[in-house]
Design a binder for this molecule. Structure first.
Ligand code: WQD
Length: 347
């Protein structure tokens, strides 16, 4: 049985589907601060599988204790965390407390119950501004914002933990830019308020919730002047997590892996692809760069390809069409229909 922290989130609930379909039994803990119970209701609908859900923060050590004492946990997949770069600059203490203290609280409870298998949700933001691309796992870590530093510091803590006790087995997965949705269109990215990220912003322009896309920077040293990123289908990312937990169960030590495609696309290339697959014109204006953004970022995924026997398979058109299907089917995202108690939630 696996404990999934933050299982109601965009990445967490796509991973839950892949894990359930692979045959894992799950328990989810989520405080629903940036997600909806409805997402988990739909995971159960899509997979036909049930699982317990605990409505709590990882900072609530009583509930964490309850989770581990009531369930036989073999390993943990840890998604729970605050993840907005911009917000982290304004609220660093919230980010350090929630993301780092929360992880330490989780690991101390794991240690108490002898659970030492962990997959950690890290991020390509740990690399900061790379010297060159494609980015490899042994590149220097130099995050440039509090959010990225919480991921970098957490990786260092987890590496020390593995150094201290050889029974620990931990994989830190460095995500590039996850986009798209489960092909059913029943689950997807549902940001609170105005989206920070490009794809949900574009789909909200296409559905008419937002008037136009602001292209953040058009003077980057790229072929069309707009930012280049390594967009990876959320389904490929989720499948990478199944491979990672299998690796963690069968080995020991601390390992990091880039989960990306190895291919970059510019903002304007994404706009063109999206217009082609949706038949919608995306109105946009070119404005100044967003502070902290980098010009080009894409992965060398060969270590994950080799050691996890995992390759991202889905192309950019499928990423955009799956994202569009989610938005078309859910113009206002998950309109909360399930109360937290509706999931048999223990809290
Ligand atoms: C992509 C490109 C923007 C919005 C962020 C987090 C990172 C990770 C992934 C968690 C860039 C441009 C964007 C818009 C735009 N999340 N853009 N107009 O910044 O690469 O990474 O999400 O780990 O931590 O930093 O993703 O989607 O915000 O931007 O032009 O309205 O789209 O400049 O070139 P980013 P993004």
């Amino acid at each position: 049985m696996l404990l999934i922290t933050g299982g109601a989130g965009y990445i967490g609930n796509h991973a839950c589907i892949e894990l359930l379909n692979t045959g894992y039994e799950l328990v989810v803990i989520d405080n629903f601060s940036n997600s909806k119970v409805e997402a988990l209701t739909r995971v159960q609908e899509i997979t036909g599988k049930k699982f317990k859900v605990y409505n709590a923060s990882l900072l609530n050590s009583d509930i964490l204790e309850k989770v581990f004492s009531e369930n036989h946990i073999d390993g943990v997949m840890h998604f729970a965390g605050l993840k907005s770069v911009g917000e982290s600059v304004k609220l660093p203490l919230d980010y350090y407390h929630n993301n780092i203290t929360g992880t330490i609280s989780l690991c101390m409870t794991m240690q108490k119950y002898g659970v030492k298998k962990l997959v950690f949700s890290s991020s390509a933001t740990v690399y900061g501004v790379p010297e060159w691309v494609p980015i490899q796992e042994d590149f220097p870590l130099r995050a440039t914002n509090p959010y990225g530093r919480t991921k970098q510091m957490t990786e260092e803590i987890l590496a020390d933990l593995c150094q201290s006790d050889e029974d620990w087995s931990i994989a830190a997965l460095r995500y590039f830019n996850p986009i798209g949705s489960h092909p059913s269109g029943r689950i997807g990215e549902d940001p609170n308020g105005i989206p920070n990220n490009l794809i949900p912003y574009i789909t909200q322009v296409a559905i008419g919730r937002i008037d136009e896309l602001k292209v953040l920077g058009h003077d980057y040293p790229t072929q069309d002047g707009t930012g280049v990123r390594d967009y990876i289908h959320i389904e490929d990312l989720a499948k990478g997590h199944v491979k990672a937990i299998e690796k963690v169960i069968s080995t020991n030590g601390f390992h990091t892996y880039n989960l990306g495609t190895g291919r970059g696309y510019s903002v304007l290339e994404i706009v063109n692809v999206f217009e082609k697959i949706s038949g919608k014109k995306i109105k946009y204006s070119l404005i100044d760069r967003r502070p902290g953004d980098i010009a080009v970022c894409y992965a060398d995924p060969s270590k994950a390809n080799r050691e996890l026997n995992w390759v991202a398979e889905k192309g950019i058109e499928e990423m955009c069409s799956d994202a569009w299907r989610w938005q078309l089917n859910n113009p206002n995202g998950y309109e909360e229909v399930s109360e937290p108690m509706a999931m048999g939630i223990n809290s």
